[in-house]
Design a protein around this ligand. Structure first.
Ligand code: ACM
Length: 543
């Protein structure tokens, strides 16, 4: 019998396989179709027909969820699989293998009548399943072996729900797609100037009043997630090995909260009214601690993000507020920046007291954020010195610079609805991240040791419809996934573009309005919103 298994020691390296491929298509080259591309691949002759061998066996009780997940996906592909708790000689066997040394690593072996998926943890098995599912074609999978593990532990995406609200159904669809591409962190930007999107039981008006309006229409009735919905979405994400990190932005970007509870407002400027919390009032700390206590209880993630960005947009108001001035005098502070630092350090301690690790945007480095038990998101691409400072200081850091990882920037030179600043964020720049940027940042790959991973952000001012959200995310998130998972020597942009054809086919099947990098005319750029202020007519944001 021709045997399809190969031993790890006998695996050819990917580069050797690539070397023999010339310029043929992935299938012709013995390549997988998978995004993100695995570390080691060997494709052999023959296939395993899952319409015939459709029993799923899993000995480890903790893999029951993975087995059910696989059975449900096979059912969607028209394959009626059965799940059992015994070893199967024919069919798909899921198991744990402590000898796999990466916590998210897996081994997938496909023989004509049997498929084995092993991981050190259920997450590894889940990623092996995702590889299998992407390879499934007409009910069959090619024989061979895959040995795989991620480059970065943090592979994330942030959705801003404050400016425009997506809602439960859309978020679950996003989580499904993130899981398919092995992304494992969903950062949920739930509060900002234009909307408070999470129910807080002690302060119901946060959602009921703070949740009214969007960036484009101030008269939209309140939109927010109830605590029951949040629990459901967090559980849905966990089944897909995605951790949900909530962000409650403070002390800036607080206008929605201040609309509901003005007694905690620290004021703002003419351009950004009521932008800050009042950091000089004890009551504000009690209020925010109450909020964070409810948030901490809802999200099992060990991280809780407290924003900390762009406080200077509103903190000028602190200079003239009598209570603020008295507070600063009592603490011997002479600048509002010192008051900002006091607030960030104190609220970070509150987060730690609640049993979580505070995460914040890189602005907090200037606030004396402590190094241990903190997580910094570097976002200001024009300030590489801030990244250097974070890394040299030993801060655990997530890389998410505007360029190229802000997906509210346009991705094509002809696109009009999105940010352009110092250029834009095309697919190939996302794909080449972070290695192509190191020199410009004045860093080497060794300097990246404290980097937890990489992360793309979608700010939603200009994404008021599902079409616009999808258009800005896809396929850039596929490129981010490969940049986060695959080792630099495994990456190949041309081959990625070829594999992307399968992603486009899945998007077409699922009704995702993606940007088609093959043919920019295929899906026309959906127009952005007409922005309206309360009592004022609509205006085109480009005017
Ligand atoms: C940010 O873009 N204000 C983090």
């Amino acid at each position: 019998m021709k045997h399809c298994f190969v031993r790890l020691a006998a695996l050819l390296s990917l580069s050797a396989i690539l070397g023999s491929c010339g310029t043929g298509s992935e299938a012709e080259c013995g390549q997988l179709r998978v995004i993100p591309y695995p570390a080691h691949v060997e494709v052999r002759g023959g296939t395993c027909d899952l319409t015939k061998f459709r029993t799923i066996g899993c000995l480890a009780g903790e893999l029951a969820g993975e087995a059910r997940f696989l059975a449900a996906r096979l059912a969607e592909a028209g394959i009626d699989a059965t799940v059992g708790s015994e070893a199967v000689a024919r069919g798909i066997m899921l198991s744990l293998d402590a000898s796999i040394d990466s916590p998210e690593g897996y081994r997938l072996r496909v023989a004509p009548k049997r498929i084995e998926i092993c991981g050190a943890t259920p997450a590894g098995v889940f990623y092996g399943i995702q590889t299998l599912l992407q390879e499934l074609e007409n009910g069959a999978v090619r024989c061979g072996t895959v040995e795989d593990a991620p480059r970065y532990a943090w592979r994330g995406f942030m959705l801003d729900e404050a400016r425009h609200f997506s809602g439960e159904k859309r978020v679950k669809e996003l989580l499904d797609r993130m899981a398919a591409y092995k992304l494992n962190r969903f950062h949920w930007h739930l509060t900002d100037a234009q909307g408070w999107r999470i129910e807080i039981l002690k302060y119901p008006d946060l959602a009921l009043v703070g949740g009214e309006g969007t960036h484009s229409d101030p008269d939209t009735p309140a939109q927010y997630y109830t605590q029951a919905q949040i629990r459901d979405i967090v559980a849905y994400a966990a089944e897909r090995h995605i951790e949900v990190i909530p962000e409650i932005d403070m002390p800036g970007h607080a206008s929605a909260s201040n609309k509901a509870y003005p007694q905690y407002s620290g004021g703002g400027t003419a351009q950004f009214p009521e932008f800050t919390f009042h950091v000089g009032k004890e009551a504000t700390y009690a209020y925010l601690t109450d909020i964070l206590r409810e948030v901490a209880a809802l999200f099992p993630s060990k991280w809780l993000h407290i924003g900390g960005d762009e406080v200077s947009y509103g903190s000028d108001a602190w200079k003239t507020d009598p209570q603020m001035k008295a507070f600063m005098r009592s603490k011997g502070m002479t600048t509002v920046e010192e008051a900002e630092g006091y607030f960030i350090r104190r609220m970070s301690d509150t987060v730690r007291m609640l049993g979580k690790i505070p995460a914040a945007w890189d602005d907090v480095l200037a606030c004396g954020m402590q190094v241990e038990n903190s997580l910094i998101y570097w976002w200001r691409h024009d300030r590489p010195e801030t990244l250097r400072k974070a890394l040299a200081g030993g801060y655990r850091t997530v890389l998410c610079p505007r360029k190229p990882l802000y997906f509210d920037f346009v991705q094509h030179e002809d696109h009009k609805w999105g940010r352009i600043w110092d250029g834009f964020c095309p697919l190939e720049d996302v794909y080449a991240f972070p290695d192509a940027w190191l020199e410009g940042w004045g860093l080497t790959s060794d300097d990246l040791a404290p980097v937890a991973g990489i992360h793309a952000n979608l700010w939603s001012e200009l994404t008021h419809t599902p079409e616009r959200v999808d258009f800005m995310i896809w396929p850039r998130l596929c490129a981010l996934a490969e940049a986060a998972w695959s080792q630099p020597e495994t990456k190949d942009y041309d081959r990625f573009l070829d594999r992307l054809n399968d992603a486009y086919a899945r998007f077409d099947r699922d009704g995702v309005y993606y940007f088609d990098a093959r043919d920019a005319a295929h899906h026309a750029e959906p127009a952005g919103p007409m922005i309206r202020k309360k009592g004022e007519p609509e205006m085109d944001f480009r005017d």
